[in-house]
Design a protein around this ligand. Sequence first.
Ligand SMILES: Cc1cc2nc3c(=O)[nH]c(=O)nc-3n(C[C@H](O)[C@H](O)[C@H](O)COP(=O)(O)OP(=O)(O)OC[C@H]3O[C@@H](n4cnc5c(N)ncnc54)[C@H](O)[C@@H]3O)c2cc1C
Length: 396
Amino acid sequence: MSTPAADLLKPDFAAARRHFIFTEEHDRLRESIRAFVERELAPHAEEWEQTTFPDSVFPRMGGLGLLGLSYPEEYGGQGGDYYCNLVLAEEMTHSQCGGLAMGVAVHTDMATPPIHVFGTEEQKRGYLVPSIAGELISCLGITEPDAGSDVAGIRTRAVRDGDDWVINGAKTFITNGHRADYIVLVCKTDPDAGHDGISLFIVDMDLPGVVREQKLQKLGMHASDTTLLAFQDVRVPAEALLGEEGKGFYHIMWELQGERLIGAAGCVASAQRLFEKTLRYATEREAFGRPIGRFQVNRHKFAEMATRIEAARQLVYTTAWRFANDQYPVREISMAKLFAARAACDVADECLQIHGGAGYMREYGIERAWRDLRLNRIGAGTDEIMLEVIGRSYGL
Ligand SMILES: Cc1cc2nc3c(=O)[nH]c(=O)nc-3n(C[C@H](O)[C@H](O)[C@H](O)COP(=O)(O)OP(=O)(O)OC[C@H]3O[C@@H](n4cnc5c(N)ncnc54)[C@H](O)[C@@H]3O)c2cc1C
């Protein structure tokens, strides 16, 4: 059937476009998560800035099936695909509470995936199942006071003692560290073996010798708890080893790919939310007799922001498609994380500027997003580390 030329040539600015990775089912999931987030989480955003979000969010989200969207049904998951996790990460940004979104993402997309992929059946039953139900809260311990970017430089030691392992060391900046029931812990098991001398452990946080030091004060993400942890002669059984002994570095590098991609998706969604909020403001707020959005300088700012957000979105979705189809696109994930985090920080800054003094005020929520988003250029691997991964992937 032919389409009249006039229709063909009409720009479709208002058309709702679904990206090819998503289906109608994802749309429905998105709608239901959005409704939950706006009804039950967003109203508390300001309060949780002061108090951190309550642990009860986990059983509530577990009850709704949101903590195991892509995990198999036999473990209590929803059996969905990887894109469901993207939908969750994107919709959690509508809580307007970066610390909450991060605390949940650490649980769903950082600490539990290694248990699902590398864990024994017993570990899956003991930790993954209750985590999906929201009955156990998890955290992930990679970073140490003396080693962050340089993961192989960690010093936390696990030493074999009969049937047990004895762990000594410290981890810092640990999200959920105060509330967690267990930690997926990266330890040195053979200091002379370099990358092959690292192993993962699942450690219960109520074991003797696990010390939760003070909650750390930070620039943003105030709704999350960030903790310094000490491990003093913590004795765990042999069954606490997660994955293969000596392969922990490779296991955690795999984990970081998912973490970076989910983080990138959150950045794009946050930037989009701020863009739309600021667009509304720019059409309502007037100066010199016209809406501020009608000044060419601001129009161009919106054009620049929209272009960067769209580019970041395409990079994230295309890379997610490869990741979900059993490829291991480390270079593209690094690019997506780098590009989306930078874009989100720049968009937040520009949106704050377009809001003028109002942007600096708490009630508009822009300054909070500006502070929260800054973490994305540091956490899960800094911009500089992403550039290193990308650069080295070309043999340099
Ligand atoms: C709020 C928050 C929450 C976090 N949550 C967690 C968590 O739950 N679990 C966890 O394990 N970690 C967590 N982190 C830690 C985070 O992943 C690290 O901060 C990050 O990886 C950087 O490590 P670092 O802070 O030690 O910086 P460093 O490694 O000391 O880096 C300092 C600077 O040097 C640069 N640099 C380092 N190496 C190179 C290089 N080779 N080339 C060029 N530049 C380089 C870095 O880019 C950076 O600019 C969190 C951090 C924050 C702030």
